[in-house]
Design a protein around this ligand. Structure first.
Ligand code: AMP
Ligand code: MN
Ligand code: MN
Ligand code: MN
Length: 284
């Protein structure tokens, strides 16, 4: 079956590390002719009510979503940070909200450590971070990267991660995220479906990625993000193959954060390949 709906099921507002308000995200979605949109902020559902209001006005189908940070331990006990997107969730579900607040607590603990590690090398960006965070908002490494750029310590996002914030760099601090089982279970208890976000971005070898998808399927995970903005046709083909091997639905999403990042524009992902089963078949 071919993709008949123009869908973008992964994007961010300023309630996590996007630059736009939910109202602005929805306006851009309408401009780009998106018919079905999921707002999937990191560990937060705070933007969903505002998004829903605007979706109703614009005639866009809003799928309430979230992107949960997970620490997955492989069979050699090596930890990997994985992102699990929850789609069609009930944001009022208390199990989900309690889970998300655990991850948010881990975020504040980690961000304090990162800011301290930077202070130890004479970089003070506390104020430049604070001024970006809205009431009740959470801190991501993206905010810290933007502060490093604003204060002249890095030329761009990529450099900020390569120099300071990426794994193994001077100010890298690992986060104490949810387990894969917890994230999938919180999403499902909130009536949603669980999706492995951008599977090719974890830079895992084929065996490791296979093990991740196998674990995910074994605990009841439903879908893979087969199409995302930053991958080539071979990587998409590999994702298609994994959906077949593990009998999973396929999702699609730009992972939009900001209109400045032209390579991940809202609603501009290629269509889902015709051979997969789109995740929206399970949305009522
Ligand atoms: P966190 O969840 O706080 O660890 O932050 C992760 C976020 O940082 C991701 O969701 C991306 O939006 C962003 N990010 C990670 N690596 C890079 C990179 N190399 N360049 C730009 N943004 C990045
Ligand atoms: Mn992000
Ligand atoms: Mn992600
Ligand atoms: Mn994302």
């Amino acid at each position: 079956m071919t993709q008949t709906i123009k869908a973008d099921l992964h994007c961010h507002s300023y309630y996590s590390d996007g630059t736009l308000s939910p109202t602005e995200v929805l306006r851009l979605a309408a401009e780009n002719e998106v018919q079905m949109l999921a707002l999937t902020d990191h560990d937060s559902t705070q933007g969903l009510a505002e998004a829903q209001k605007n979706a109703d006005k614009l005639g866009i189908q809003l799928i309430p979503g979230v992107e949960i940070s997970v620490t997955w331990q492989d069979n050699s006990n090596v930890n990997h940070v994985i992102h699990i997107v929850g789609l069609n969730i009930d944001a009022n579900n208390s199990v989900l909200q309690n889970g998300l607040s655990e991850n948010c607590l881990a975020r504040s603990v980690r961000s304090e450590k990162i800011i301290k590690a930077l202070q130890e090398i004479e970089i003070d960006i506390q104020a430049a971070v604070d001024e970006q965070i809205p009431e009740g908002g959470l801190i991501t490494r993206t905010h810290i990267a933007r502060a490093l750029i604003a204060e002249g310590y890095a030329k761009n996002m990529d450099k900020a991660f390569k120099k300071y914030l990426g794994k193994g760099k001077r100010a890298y601090v690992s986060g104490q995220w949810a387990s894969l089982e917890q994230a999938v279970s919180w999403i499902q208890q909130a009536g949603g479906v669980a999706v492995i976000a951008h599977p090719m971005r974890y830079r895992m070898n084929a065996t490791r990625l296979d093990a991740l998808v196998q674990d995910f399927k074994a605990i009841g995970g439903e879908a893979l993000e087969v199409v995302t903005a930053t991958q080539d046709v071979n990587q998409t083909a590999r994702c298609v193959q994994l959906t077949k091997q593990y009998d999973l639905y396929a999702s699609t999403g730009s992972d939009f954060h900001s209109p400045q990042q032209l390579w991940a524009m809202l609603g501009r992902c290629p269509a889902l390949p015709s051979t997969v089963t789109p995740i929206w078949q399970v949305f009522s």
